[in-house]
Ligand binder design. Structure first.
Ligand SMILES: Cc1cc2nc3c(=O)[nH]c(=O)nc-3n(C[C@H](O)[C@H](O)[C@H](O)COP(=O)(O)OP(=O)(O)OC[C@H]3O[C@@H](n4cnc5c(N)ncnc54)[C@H](O)[C@@H]3O)c2cc1C
Length: 192
């Protein structure tokens, strides 16, 4: 990954206010395309990487198995591993202000770059500065998520790994991973 960036003459830095590995509730679903982008290093991934071949879908009481070919990881582990793999200059830094100046993005008068990539989550300063006005996040819905460690869940059969249940006005789901289980629920708030 680092060699690929160097070959393209790309130098990058990463700013994050958290020290990695950092807490990150997420279903942890990654597509085969993501793993192809990471490259062959993924063969030596030191944490749990669960492959699953179907989703158990329940839609308004109608249940069926949806064949698929996907993977799941724990973001707590995967993000930290990616960071170590890419070896960028990492700064533990709390971004306060971003502005555009002379064709560059300037962060707090401390950092500048031609290109800026934001994580895009709720608290992402890139999203807050450039996208919150043109693409506001919905006010009428909320996602709650929990990731649990458990030895017993590793005994789940791989074929039933993915599980989605769609039952308006919300969507609960769960994803087993090597040593953990992610559970989440997307909920439409009353009145919306
Ligand atoms: C329940 C749930 C399930 C999901 N499932 C999936 C899934 O299966 N697959 C998938 O790909 N995505 C999934 N997502 C989406 C994914 O988890 C992220 O929400 C999305 O990718 C953006 O998150 P992020 O970590 O990139 O950003 P954020 O959650 O916003 O975090 C970005 C980073 O920015 C840092 N940060 C925040 N503020 C500052 C600041 N001022 N200065 C410096 N650093 C800062 C934080 O420390 C954090 O490390 C899911 C999300 C939820 C809520």
């Amino acid at each position: 990954m680092r060699q690929a960036a160097e070959a393209r003459n790309i130098s990058s830095i990463v700013l994050d206010k958290a020290k990695f590995p950092r807490f990150k509730p997420c279903a942890g679903w990654v597509t085969p395309q993501v793993l192809r982008w990471v490259g062959e290093e993924v063969d030596n991934y030191p944490h749990g990487l669960t492959e699953f071949t179907s989703f158990d879908v329940s839609l308004n009481g109608f249940k069926f198995k949806l064949p698929t070919h996907q993977y799941s990881i724990r973001r707590f582990e995967f993000d930290d591993w990616l960071l170590q793999l890419a070896e960028p200059q990492f700064y533990m830094y709390d971004v306060r202000e971003i502005r555009q100046e002379n064709g560059e993005y300037v962060v707090d008068d401390e950092f500048s770059a031609h290109y800026l990539v934001g994580a895009g989550g709720t608290h992402c300063p890139v999203y807050q500065t450039f996208f919150s006005q043109i693409s506001p996040k919905g006010q009428g819905a909320m996602i709650v998520a929990q990731e649990e460690n458990s030895n017993s869940i590793t005994r789940m059969p791989a074929a039933s790994c993915g599980s989605l249940r769609i039952n308006c006005p919300g969507m609960p789901g769960m994803f087993p991973k090597g040593t953990a289980m992610s559970m989440w629920a997307w909920v439409v708030l009353p009145g919306n």
